[in-house]
Design a protein. Sequence first.
Length: 112
Amino acid sequence: MLNIISTAYAASGSATGTTGDNSVASLLLLVGFVAIFYFMLWRPQAKRAKEQRDLVTNLAKGDEVVTSGGVIGKVTKLADDFITLAISDTVEIKLQRNAIIAILPKGTMKAI
């Protein structure tokens, strides 16, 4: 029974040489994770947000757009935070500017 349990001995050696190596490796690992986070998550998301912000600010009267709910319409009135869309000849709806997700090519509404 005593053969199964072995005695563990502490490794003798100086602790100063290994402590510096571990801290440098830990720092490099942390920098690597931050770089991966920046290039794979934060940067693409910031780019998409900038594109959406530019799209919403560059809306003009007569643009054909798609909303986040899938409604296609033509911009008839612009205000600071809201726009009015004509979705048919007699129906107009008011939406927040942020609800617009894409501008369609001219003539898309007639083609559909």
